[in-house]
Design a protein around this ligand. Structure first.
Ligand code: HEM
Length: 239
C-alpha cells in the first residue's frame, strides 16, 4: 500500500518521524539548549565581579519560585527531545550505511562532525555530574554546598564559596575544562548544522553559516573554561 492510501494516523506518525522532522526537532532543541548555555555562562561569569555580585545573581535565580520549576521542566524536555532524536537519527544513519563504507574515500569533514554522538554522551554524563554537584549537593559534599552568608535581604546561599572551593580542587577543575572542551566542539559543529537544517547555508549565507558554529563554540568554550582556570591559577579567590 502506498503511503497516500495509509490511514491518517499512520501518515501523521510517518511524517512526524521522517528524517527531516527529526532534524528539525534536533535544530529547535539545539537552539533552545544553546540559548540556555549562553544565559548560564553570562550568569556564572559574574563570579569575576566577586562574591557579592555572584551571590546576588544566585539569590535572584533561587527566588524565581515556580518559574524556576517551569524552566527546569522545559530544560528537561529540551534535553530529552534532543537526546532521543539523536539516538533515532544515529540508528537510521547506521542502518542506511552501505557495505564497505569504511573503504570509501571519506568526505572532508571536521573532528567535531565525526564525533558528535560521542561528544553528546560526554556532555550528558557531565550534566548529570554537574547537577549532582552544584544543584543537588549530593557529591563533593565537603566543599561548601550548605554554606550561607548574610545578604541585604537576609541569609542566602554562599554559592560563590562553593564554586571557589570546588574549582580549587585540580581534578574537579580539569573535569570542567575537559567537559567544556567537549561542549565547544559539539557546539562548533551543532550550531552550523542547525542553521543548515532550517534552510540557511546556501548562497550568500553559506560562508557566515560555516563560521557561526566554530565562533559560538570558541566563545562558549573560552567563557566556561576561564572560570575553573581562573580559580586554579588564583585569579579569583575566596575574598
Ligand atoms: C564553568 C562552567 C559552569 C559553571 C561555573 C556552572 C555553575 C553552575 C552552578 C553553580 C549551578 C547551581 C545553581 C544553583 O543551584 O542555584 C549550575 C546549575 C546547572 N548548570 Fe551549570 N555551570 C557551568 C557549566 C554548565 C554547562 C556547560 C551546562 C550544560 C551544558 C550547565 C548546565 C547546568 C544545569 C542544567 C544546571 C541546573 C539548573 C537548575 O537546577 O536550575 N552548566 N551550574
Amino acid at each position: 500500500m502506498s503511503s497516500g492510501n495509509a490511514p491518517p494516523l499512520d501518515r501523521l506518525v510517518k511524517a512526524l518521524t521522517s528524517t527531516i522532522s527529526l532534524k528539525i526537532v534536533m535544530a529547535v532543541t539545539g537552539i533552545a539548549g544553546a540559548g540556555f548555555v549562553i544565559f548560564h555562562m553570562l550568569g556564572n561569569l559574574q563570579m569575576f565581579l566577586g562574591r557579592e555580585a555572584y551571590n546576588t545573581y544566585a539569590e535572584f535565580m533561587q527566588n524565581l519560585g515556580e518559574l524556576k520549576w517551569v524552566a527546569r521542566l522545559g530544560l528537561l524536555g529540551i534535553l530529552f527531545g534532543h537526546v532521543s532524536t539523536a539516538v533515532l537519527l544515529v540508528q537510521r544513519n547506521t542502518a542506511a550505511r552501505p557495505e564497505g563504507y569504511y573503504t570509501q574515500k571519506r568526505k572532508r569533514t571536521s573532528v567535531a562532525a565525526v564525533y558528535m554522538a560521542q561528544l553528546g554522551i560526554v556532555l550528558l554524563l557531565f550534566i548529570i555530574y554537574h547537577i549532582l554537584h552544584f544543584t543537588g549537593g549530593m557529591i563533593h559534599t565537603d566543599l561548601g554546598y550548605e554554606l550561607v552568608e548574610m545578604g541585604p535581604n537576609g541569609a542566602r546561599r554562599d554559592l560563590y564559596t562553593h564554586v571557589i572551593n570546588s574549582f580549587s580542587n585540580p581534578l574537579i577543575a580539569l573535569t570542567y575544562v575537559a567537559a567544556n572542551l567537549a561542549l565547544a566542539l559539539h557546539l562548533a559543529h551543532g550550531a552550523t548544522s542547525m542553521f543548515k537544517t532550517i534552510g540557511f547555508g546556501v548562497g550568500r549565507w553559506k560562508v557566515p553559516v560555516e563560521a557561526i558554529g566554530p565562533a559560538f563554540g570558541v566563545i562558549v568554550g573560552l567563557g566556561n573554561i576561564s572560570m575553573p582556570i581562573a580559580v586554579l591559577t588564583g585569579v579569583i579567590g575566596a575574598n
